[in-house]
Design a protein around this ligand. Structure first.
Ligand SMILES: Cc1cc2nc3c(=O)[nH]c(=O)nc-3n(C[C@H](O)[C@H](O)[C@H](O)COP(=O)(O)OP(=O)(O)OC[C@H]3O[C@@H](n4cnc5c(N)ncnc54)[C@H](O)[C@@H]3O)c2cc1C
Length: 441
């Protein structure tokens, strides 16, 4: 057995980690209590099998690529970072990228990840045409919108619970350059931030970074980053059309003592960050896609900042009509405690595509908290607000929500369970997350 955790390093649990090198070996690895693992960037317990975990990153080959259409067939362990570095210089990028590029295609499909363009362009699954799936009962099936469509829509956002994705065919976006024209808007409070996001609906990319320790009339003050793909003629003279993807430079070499993060250090950091960003507000500039899409990737192992006990990310989405009041209430409670992470992220989402996809039309708020004190009780309190507003929590970030919160947020759960059962009647595919939230015990 090996001790395994997600990116948040909570919980840490035992599971046998297998690293198969062939699809036949993947098949042999799947038996009672197995789930696939991509690059381990889900925060909680989604990518940990109750008995064994099948690591998929050895499967990173591209099977075919059509430069006329950007259609690609690849193995599910391929990382988005490799895809960007290989196909970016040829004029193609993924349509959707999450806040880190170190995720696998399989993980991106299983979580139906959203990027800064979900409000207009949807999630990762929208650009997947078909998948090769090894189901829990041992079949290998091709699933698409037309063929085995139940399996297809259950796998997009299905958190690995329909089987192991072996390969995928997807579409890439033509992109003349690897640069983004970024415009920063500074918003003095939550109303201003939400107004700015509403007014920026036609922007391809938009995201707000909220200072979640600001209180009173500063509650919800934010920097909003809008982005468009830059054309060649917008680049600085001599700039390469595609910027180099630097490896993370600095890294966090040790687990920092948990007291490093306290309300004073967080407040000081946020103040500095907000003031620096506010100075840039108004104008636009052309930036490399790397800092625009993946600002956190520049600090390797940043999850160690939270110390040995790890951290929790709470990411909810609140349907549009209730969003302002409920988010205001949540931020007020969070600011009063003062121990949430440096910056919270606020994004506008559209409709999700998979049966269990997280997005729904509304606003999503993501907050990080160190694991300590009464944090679990506090997050239960926030969950009650989310449920009452008809919202839900993101499974890829979750390590602790209750079954009741989960069931209330995902009304299509019964349909998902029926499809899952038909693909895996014996219940071979089981993760720590499914044990906690789905499975009969
Ligand atoms: C810094 C950071 C920023 C992030 N930003 C965003 C964001 O902006 N938007 C967003 O949506 N998410 C975001 N995430 C979450 C991340 O994109 C998802 O958790 C994603 O699923 C991680 O991919 P992975 O390859 O690491 O998968 P893992 O974490 O290894 O697994 C995640 C899930 O996918 C399943 N899975 C993985 N591979 C396969 C496979 N081959 N077949 C079947 N199932 C599989 C696992 O069983 C598990 O349920 C962020 C995470 C980090 C650490």
């Amino acid at each position: 057995m090996t001790l395994v955790s997600g990116w948040g390093r909570f919980p840490v649990v035992d599971s046998d980690v297998l690293r198969p090198r062939s699809f036949a070996a993947v098949g042999e690895a799947v038996s009672g209590g197995t789930v696939a693992r991509g690059n381990g960037r889900a925060y909680g317990d989604a990518a940990i099998g109750t008995v064994r975990t099948v690591a998929m990153t050895a499967f990173d080959r591209v099977r075919s690529f059509d430069p006329a259409t950007g259609r690609i067939r690849l193995e599910a362990g391929t990382l988005l970072s490799d895809l960007i570095e290989t196909f970016g210089p040829r004029g193609f990028l993924p349509f959707v990228v999450p806040g880190t590029r170190f995720v696998s295609v399989g993980g991106a499909i299983a979580a139906d990840v959203h990027g800064k363009n979900h409000h207009g362009e949807g999630g990762f699954g929208r650009y997947v045409d078909s998948i090769l799936l090894r189901t829990g009962q041992g079949e290998v099936i091709e699933a698409s919108r037309e063929q085995n469509s139940d399996a297809f829509f259950a796998t997009i956002g299905g958190m690995g619970l329909t089987g192991v994705i072996l390969e995928a065919t997807m579409r890439l976006r033509p992109a003349e350059t690897g640069w983004i024209r970024e415009r920063v808007i500074s918003a003095s409070d939550l109303d201003a931030a939400m107004r700015a996001l509403e007014a920026s609906d036609s922007a391809t990319y938009s995201v707000a970074w909220i200072d979640c320790v600001a209180r009173g009339r500063d509650l919800g003050r934010s920097l909003i980053y809008l982005g468009e793909h830059a054309q060649t003629d917008e680049l600085a003279e001599g700039a390469a059309a595609f910027p180099a993807g630097k490896d993370p430079g600095l890294s966090v070499p040790i687990d920092l003592p948990s007291m490093t993060l306290n309300r004073y250090s967080i407040r000081a950091f946020n103040e500095l960050y907000y003031r620096r960003g506010a100075r840039r507000a108004g104008g636009s500039r052309v930036v490399s896609l790397y800092p625009y899409f993946f600002p956190l990737d520049s600090l390797k192992d940043w999850n160690r900042i939270y110390g040995k006990r790890g951290f929790l990310q709470h990411q909810c989405v609140i349907p549009q009509p209730n969003a302002r009041d409920v988010l205001g209430d949540i931020l007020e409670r969070v600011a009063r405690r003062g121990d949430a992470s440096f910056l919270a992220v606020l994004k506008k989402l559209g409709q999700g595509d998979g049966i269990l996809s997280f997005p729904l039309p509304g606003y999503t708020l993501a907050l990080d908290f160190p694991v300590k004190g009464d944090i679990l009780n506090f997050l239960d309190e926030i969950d009650r607000l989310v449920v009452a507003a008809g919202g839900r929590l993101y499974l890829a970030k979750d390590a602790r929500q209750s079954r009741a919160t989960f069931a209330a947020g995902y009304p299509a759960l019964q349909r998902f369970n029926a499809i899952r059962k038909s693909l895996d009647p014996a219940g071979n595919i089981r993760s720590k997350l499914s044990q906690r939230l789905f499975d009969e015990v």
